[in-house]
Write a protein that binds this ligand. Structure first.
Ligand SMILES: Nc1ncnc2c1ncn2[C@@H]1O[C@H](COP(=O)(O)OP(=O)(O)OP(=O)(O)O)[C@@H](O)[C@H]1O
Length: 451
């Protein structure tokens, strides 16, 4: 702790400082009066003021009142040469955290400090927990209390009430759209529009009109003026999902809008000012897209002001029970069934699965099992990723142009390694190969298990 010792006798102040610093990690500053203490308190933060009752000038009780009013997070211990009950009562009544009678011994002083430090840590922990509950309550339907999600919630909390552009990255199905919704709902724009554009779903020819709008007659068939999504979201938030898929020509126009805050409808020369907060998301790494020349670097930097990363489910398996409860209840209610229960081995299997489709895969699985599965509890064999598919069912029809067998084999081997999280014997099992044969093939394709 950072401690401020206030004592008018120099020898006494230095004695207290040396006892504390020689026997603990606390750091001490000294003040000879209440006035000097107040000046120091104005300059920096202290965890504790340890003050004598009797001081030249204003006394310790006055200092205590000032600290309680102006620095409520700073603890206060009063020391007095008169170890009378009345002083103890008066100081505690005025809000002191503890009371020490002088002349005090080393041990009671250190004990009082240790007690205070513990109480401070508990309060801090408690405040953090309360803060987490507040943040989570306002995040509505995002499930998961794992440490990784807590970090994300804190980040959402920090940036939601700003207008800063946020770029959300995460594998498919991790909940990027839920994060975007939470950012909007927790912002001052919450009662304004929240519009979504899925950039991978609009054909290049329509993308400009979709985002920026078009004047009547701007192109063949434009029989009416069309308001684009950016203009329609004025005052609110626009979520650009799969932003990596935006055609190059639109990337330049989007950058202009982000920099200038203005747009032009197709077929118009009039600039329209719009106030829209942009949140973008991508399951692809945008910096890889920039490296590959598929995404404008300047736009990347403009979008990536605040990057948020949503962790894949396999990296936060602590959340699995909570997510399972959520989906089992949701789909039992929706389909009027009993909530699913899982056997021990099925649970183990759920934990071992790598969840390439993340929460979306889990939700879909629970919905399917809720409707189709007659077994209760659900067993390991009921889980689709434990069911081996006959190779013939796997085969896609051979394209007329043929395939490259080596590439095909290499890709299957890599997928098996990925699914088994680089566990080679599991990967071999997935392909129905014995371990040696599997290793032989890895070697043949020069695949290392970290590829
Ligand atoms: N933490 C979560 N709690 C509850 N449901 C979740 C959570 N994360 C995702 N989901 C659900 O999983 C599904 C997929 O989520 P979402 O569409 O937000 O993912 P995404 O990362 O945007 O995926 P994509 O990249 O494919 O667009 C949705 O039905 C969503 O409600």
């Amino acid at each position: 702790m950072e401690i401020l010792i206030v004592e008018d006798e120099q020898q006494q102040r230095e004695l207290v400082k040396s006892i504390i610093e020689q026997n603990s990690d606390h750091q001490c500053q000294l003040a000879e009066s209440a006035e000097a203490a107040i000046r120091l308190l104005e300059q920096r933060r202290f965890d504790l003021v340890l003050s004598d009752w009797k001081l030249n000038g204003a006394d310790g009780l006055y200092l205590l009142e000032q600290v309680k009013i102006n620095y409520p997070h700073t603890s206060f211990v009063l020391m007095t040469a008169y170890g009378s009950i009345s002083h103890a009562v008066a100081s505690m009544r005025s809000g002191a955290d503890d009371y020490l009678a002088k002349p005090f011994e080393k041990e009671p002083l250190l004990f009082a400090l240790a007690k205070l430090e513990n109480a401070r840590l508990l309060t801090e922990e408690n405040n953090q927990l309360k803060q987490q509950v507040v943040v989570r309550e306002s995040l509505g339907n995002i499930i998961g209390g794992s440490a990784k999600m807590q970090t994300l919630y804190q980040q959402i909390d920090k940036v939601s009430n700003t207008d800063i552009t946020v770029l959300i990255h995460g594998e498919s199905g991790t909940g990027k759209e839920l994060v975007a919704q939470a950012l909007h709902k927790r912002s001052e724009r919450a009662d304004k529009k929240y519009l979504v554009v899925n950039c991978s779903a609009i054909p290049e020819t329509l993308a400009e009109t979709e985002l920026f709008g078009a004047e009547k007659g701007a192109y063949t068939g434009a029989s009416q003026q069309k308001i684009g999504k950016i203009e329609a979201a004025d005052g609110g938030t626009l979520f650009l999902d799969e932003v990596a898929e935006l055609p190059a020509s639109i990337q330049a126009k989007l950058l202009r809008f982000l920099q200038e805050g203005t747009i032009m409808r197709v077929g118009s020369t009039e600039e329209i000012t719009v106030d829209v907060r942009v949140i973008a998301a991508s399951h692809k790494s945008l910096s890889d897209e920039v490296d590959g020349g598929r995404f404008r670097e300047d736009l990347f930097y403009r979008l990536n002001i605040i990057p948020l990363s949503v962790p894949p489910l396999r990296d936060r398996l602590d959340d699995l029970p909570e997510l399972l409860d959520h989906f089992c209840l949701k789909y039992a209610k929706r389909h009027q069934r009993k909530p699913l229960v899982f056997s021990k081995s099925a649970m183990q299997s759920l934990y071992q699965h790598t969840w390439p489709g993340n929460i979306r895969e889990l939700g879909n699985l629970i919905e399917r099992l809720s409707v189709m599965n007659d077994n209760q509890p659900v067993t390991e064999q009921d889980l689709p990723f434990n069911q081996t598919v006959k190779s013939s069912e796997l085969l896609v029809e051979l394209p007329a142009g043929g395939i490259n067998w080596d590439d095909y084999e290499k890709s299957i081997l890599q997928q098996a390694l990925k699914q088994s999280r680089n566990n080679k014997s599991k990967a071999a099992k997935l392909l129905g190969l014995n371990y040696k044969a599997f290793l032989y093939r890895l070697d043949k394709h020069q695949i290392s298990s970290s590829d």
